[in-house]
Write a protein that binds this ligand. Sequence first.
Ligand code: NAI
Ligand SMILES: CC(C)[C@@H](O)CC[C@@H](C)[C@H]1CC[C@H]2[C@@H]3[C@H](O)CC4=CC(=O)CC[C@]4(C)[C@H]3CC[C@]12C
Length: 369
Amino acid sequence: MADSAQAQKLVYLVTGGCGFLGEHVVRMLLQREPRLGELRVFDLHLGPWLEELKTGSVRVTAIQGDVTQAHEVAAAVAGAHVVIHTAGLVDVFGRASPKTIHEVNVQGTQNVIEACVQTGTRFLVYTSSMEVVGPNTKGHPFYRGNEDTPYEAVHRHPYPCSKALAEWLVLEANGRKVCGGLPLVTCALRPTGIYGEGHQIMRDFYRQGLRLGGRLFRAIPASVEHGRVYVGNVAWMHVLAARELERRAALMGGQVYFCYDGSPYKSYEDFNMEFLGPCGLRLVGARPLVPYWLLVFLAALNVLLQWLLRPLLLYAPLLNPYTLAVANTTFTVSTDKAQRHFGYEPMFSWEDSRTRTILWVQAMEGSAQ
Ligand SMILES: NC(=O)C1=CN([C@@H]2O[C@H](COP(=O)(O)OP(=O)(O)OC[C@H]3O[C@@H](n4cnc5c(N)ncnc54)[C@H](O)[C@@H]3O)[C@@H](O)[C@H]2O)C=CC1
Ligand SMILES: CC(C)[C@@H](O)CC[C@@H](C)[C@H]1CC[C@H]2[C@@H]3[C@H](O)CC4=CC(=O)CC[C@]4(C)[C@H]3CC[C@]12C
């Protein structure tokens, strides 16, 4: 790639560029990547907001496509210097079949890798997930662990299984010769629970609270910590990793990095209340209001209802056996590997991340009235 910001303008491709994280990556690249000449945004569903980006000096190319279709991926990748692959089916609520989750997350990633090899694109940053590690099916806590912490990564759910396999494919591809004879350089970033403007699950919690008269009812003990990271910092880490991947190929190639920032360690529900509280919601109960066995029963009932109703409608509530187990298992990270390897420092402080997220919920509140 370029040896100076002015020497050569680069072509970036962001898959899933219209998603929650993808949109922030697209906007961060336009704001913070001086070498950018063309930005290709590849997604199954293109957002109307893309049009507003086409007025700047960088050429923004919207590509409606499906990562499960190898020829569509190859056409989008051809000529790109860097691929940031965020596209994925983020489903732990039973909306999509295990087959579809695998096709998108695994086969789709394989298609991206093969397209890089066939067309000569040398740098690939993959959006992996904390779920590649855990929580595992045994409910073992992962307490402020890092990329080297020993942990039995055992999964049964289609989503974590697909992310783990896709990550493995990306890391295995590091060093493969691409068209032109030079090596492919890959790395994988593992966000914990991402929050911020555009987070659909936060939106779901907020609307659930409005329906319940401004109240949410605690289901998870406050002592169960769950790692969270602000979407703007995750986007920044992607941009920085993509920029440094050439210069630090020997160090970064084939590596995984947890995404982290200064967001506090709290339970999933208490963390959400950092944003929903200032928007008028209240979390009822200093401890779970119902016994765990009743939550397990209700989660199982939701699975039965989802199965019975499927011919009529998609019933996909937040509570199911998987989400209950994950929420009830401590999983937090404490690491500086990204800082040590490519100089990452969070761009947004916790206070700034919190304010931005609150303002987003409040704007949504306006739309909810
Ligand atoms: N949301 C979170 O808390 C976390 C997300 N991640 C990962 O970050 C990435 C982005 O996740 P989110 O932004 O939360 O999800 P999202 O659902 O908002 O965005 C995913 C994007 O991928 C696109 N997409 C889905 N299937 C596609 C296909 N077949 N072809 C082309 N595009 C397709 C969707 O249209 C969407 O725009 C995913 O890979 C996910 O596994 C990792 C850790 C945490
Ligand atoms: C209903 C209650 C039990 C409630 O507390 C359930 C919360 C539950 C919906 C979330 C708790 C933990 C979340 C997951 C976690 O942040 C890790 C993730 C990583 C990803 O790559 C995708 C999203 C997710 C699986 C995330 C999904 C929502 C939770 C299970």
